[in-house]
Design a protein around this ligand. Structure first.
Ligand SMILES: NC(=O)c1ccc[n+]([C@@H]2O[C@H](COP(=O)([O-])OP(=O)(O)OC[C@H]3O[C@@H](n4cnc5c(N)ncnc54)[C@H](OP(=O)(O)O)[C@@H]3O)[C@@H](O)[C@H]2O)c1
Length: 248
């Protein structure tokens, strides 16, 4: 199948690109600024499967007309897109009383409006195939996080968006689900997760040796959810947390 993955240049998104390639799929993925990181992901993908078709596209998902333009280009280049993964995401943490409009708007625009633009574009395409998989990447913070009202609101909104798509288009063979990552070692958590929160995670996550997740295991779960075998999973919010549904 052909995947379209936003935010595939780094972290969890890059893990999904590489696992999709490993499983025999072709992948279009996006980055917003980091072309060099995107090139490294393509090089690694070619090592994994030299005949894989893997292409990157520069895209700010918060820009509705850019989503239309890049979405059209991807469908031209790949002919068919069966799987869409909205993984691009940002945070801009601040206490509510100190949060400025720009911090609020940026996070909502990237994490919630972006997936809306992307889903609107690709669901139209999937409808003509009567098959599709939408996988939206949330966070345990969807349930509320101190200093993260913008981020929590964006992810909770993503759940509503996803479940609505599941209900509107399930009958046409399109499933839409949310994956909720716990703690994964990526630039986002390296830069903004407090050391105390990381220590708490490692102490209490109920898996052997209390560890964070790997982007490879997140990628493999995504690939399963994208498969035809996952047809009866629709409109669900699925934690990938090792069992610690932690929220500050
Ligand atoms: N890491 C975790 O433990 C964790 C936990 C909970 C939820 N999540 C969620 O998982 C997803 C991936 O997180 P991550 O930790 O892998 O993040 P990351 O390492 O910071 O990578 C972010 C990715 O999103 C892209 N991106 C950022 N802003 C964008 C925009 N406006 N338009 C398009 N692409 C954009 C980046 O592109 P460039 O490379 O060009 O900058 C990069 O590919 C996010 O939705 C995040 O909220 C992560």
């Amino acid at each position: 199948m052909n995947f379209f993955i936003t935010g595939g240049s780094r972290g969890i998104g890059a893990g999904i690109v590489l696992e999709a390639v490993r499983a025999g799929h072709d992948v279009a993925f996006t980055y917003v600024r980091n072309e060099a990181a995107a090139a490294k992901v393509i090089a690694r993908a070619k090592e994994i499967r030299p005949d894989a078709k893997v292409q990157s596209y520069a895209l700010d998902v918060a820009d509705a007309s850019a989503v239309e333009r890049v979405g059209d280009a991807v469908i031209d280049d790949f002919e068919n897109v069966e799987v869409v993964v909205n993984c691009a995401g940002v945070n801009a943490d601040n206490l509510l009383v100190s949060m400025d409009n720009a911090e609020w708007d940026k996070v909502i625009a990237t994490n919630l409006s972006g997936p809306f633009y992307v889903c609107r574009h690709f669901v139209q395409h999937m409808m003509s195939n009567r098959f599709g998989r939408i996988i939206n990447v949330s966070s345990v913070i969807f349930d509320g996080g101190s200093g993260q009202s913008n981020y929590a609101a964006s992810k909770a909104g993503l759940h509503g968006l996803t479940k609505s798509i599941a209900k509107e288009y399930g009958r046409r063979g399109i499933t839409a689900n949310v994956l909720v990552p716990g703690f994964f070692d990526t630039d986002m958590t390296r830069e903004s997760m407090p050391e105390q929160a990381k220590a708490y995670w490692k102490q209490y996550c109920p898996v052997p040796k209390g560890r964070m997740g790997t982007v490879e295991e997140f990628g493999k779960i995504t690939v399963f959810l994208a498969s035809r075998d996952a047809a009866f999973i629709n409109g669900q919010v699925i934690p990938v947390t090792g069992g610690l549904d932690y929220s500050t």
